[in-house]
Design a protein around this ligand. Structure first.
Ligand SMILES: *[C@@H]1O[C@H](CO)[C@@H](O)[C@H](O)[C@H]1NC(C)=O
Length: 449
């Protein structure tokens, strides 16, 4: 009788597909943030969920005893294709201990720390949740976001990052009925790179490793940084929301400037813009990354109203209670720029080269429209086994003449950033984000003491 009931349960369950695990209840590290306006700030009880790529995938039919993955891919019986695999296999939850010990992610008060651990080389990341099974949606046009960050333990080659991405609030459950795990398990992932190699996409498991479809959506990189370099970057798209691309629209290879998203992005990096004394890890720098500081990003509209088009993204820092305006570009003809705007993206690409594809996919107005539809906050800590993060913190491409405008992105040496070396040389590498606040312009930090 017991067996019979269980069998019915399994059959009913397997009708749903891409199930959450029935065995391990998912833990979400609490990460409260604050929403602010002229009258002050209020706490929101948000939490963090780790992305699904490292989660187990276990057979539903035998109560999650059989692994749907094999040493070299996926079990051919359970996972002959992505949809069947989603039907047959359940996605594992992580306990608090998994988050902390296994993946190096822990929260305390309003802070979350990501440690760079030895048992994985690509990095960890995840998303901010409003509730157990819904992402926190931010509408950022005519608003700002501020966070404190401790970069002191992040060497050359690592990238501690905070992004906005236009992921769906429920993690794709309504759009793809085979996805029954949703935001609670970090599903529904997409970004401006239209990746083909995500573990899950469109309600399916990526059993081939490289899917024909790519998962595209609007992305804004608030923060990509280590102790020696930092950038913030737009990655606009001509599509809205979560979009599975095929063919040319994925923007792969030679189609880079024919895709639906701007993969290069329009990027502001003080060092790349030839101010070599603004940001770094000693007393020579305006922002001394040996001590924590606040990063403010303002999404400014043309007329200062919520309905106006976005026309500028500004950056302000606060360190030791001193408000520090962003550095200005230090190239001839670009001296008036210390923020991202349509003119900046056009003049910068004209000066250092590049396609200004940002303009082709909708420019600042398009960025504002996406920020107005609602975006999810995405955390990451990663190393770069392909180009060793030199596009962020060193000479890139590595064979460029360092005198070429825009070729030097930071002071990191050409041989830095090898993931295997970082693990050996910097066992304590970590980044802590804390005190996340968002709200009306000027409401999240103090202009004067
Ligand atoms: C600070 O770091 C920069 C970049 O590595 C270096 O050139 C400079 O000499 C350092 N200054 C001090 C005072 O250590």
């Amino acid at each position: 009788m017991m067996r019979f009931i269980l069998l019915i349960f399994v059959l009913v369950k397997s009708g749903c597909a891409q199930h959450p695990s029935a065995l391990v209840e998912e833990f979400h590290p609490p990460l409260p943030i604050q929403v602010c306006d002229e009258t002050g700030c209020q706490t929101e009880d948000t939490s963090f969920v780790m992305d699904p790529s490292r989660r187990g995938l276990m057979s539903v039919a035998d109560n999650e005893q059989t692994n749907c993955r094999t040493s070299d891919g996926y079990d051919p019986v359970l996972c002959p294709d992505g949809l069947t695999c989603a039907e047959n296999c359940a996605i594992s939850g992580f306990t608090q201990e998994d988050y902390d010990v296994k993946w190096g992610i822990s929260s305390e008060g309003n802070a979350i720390t990501f440690r760079y651990l030895t048992d994985y080389t690509i990095g960890g990341g995840g998303y901010l949740l409003a509730t157990e099974d819904k992402y926190k949606m931010f509408k950022m046009k005519n608003r700002e976001i501020a966070f404190d960050v401790d970069m002191s333990k992040l060497p050359c080659g690592l990238n501690g990052a905070l992004f906005f991405v236009e992921v769906e609030e429920d993690g794709g459950m309504a759009s793809y009925p085979s996805n029954k795990a949703g935001a609670k398990y970090g599903l529904g992932v997409c970004d401006g790179q239209c990746k083909h190699d995500l573990t899950y996409y469109g309600g399916k498991v990526n059993v081939d490793g490289y899917a024909e479809e790519g998962a595209c959506c609007f992305e804004f990189d608030l923060w990509e940084a280590n102790a020696w370099a930092t950038a913030y970057t737009t990655h606009g798209c001509s599509i809205q929301g979560y979009y599975l691309c095929t063919g040319t629209e994925c923007g792969d290879g030679d189609d880079r400037y024919n895709g639906v998203c701007d993969k290069d992005g329009c990027l502001y990096n003080s060092f790349k813009l030839n101010d070599h004394f603004f940001y770094g890890a000693n007393e020579s720098f305006v922002i001394d990354t040996r001590r924590p500081f606040t990063v403010v990003t303002q999404f400014v509209t043309v007329d200062g109203t919520d309905s106006g088009d976005l026309n500028e993204v500004r950056r302000i820092y606060v360190q030791d209670n001193i408000v520090i305006e962003n550095s200005f570009a230090n190239y001839h003809g670009l001296e008036n720029y210390n923020s991202i705007s349509d003119d900046f993206c056009a003049d910068l690409t004209a000066y250092i080269g590049g396609a200004n594809y940002a303009a082709s996919v909708g420019g600042m107005k398009g960025i504002g429209d996406a920020l107005d539809r609602g975006v999810v906050l995405d955390f990451a800590l990663w190393a770069d086994s392909g180009s060793y993060m030199l596009w962020l913190d060193g000479l890139f491409p590595p064979d460029a003449d360092p005198a070429t405008p825009g070729a030097l992105n930071g002071p990191c040496p050409a041989d830095s950033g090898r993931p295997d070396d970082i693990i050996v040389d910097y066992p304590d590498a970590a980044i802590t984000f804390s005190n996340i606040k968002y709200g009306t312009i000027g409401s999240t930090f103090r202009r004067k003491l």
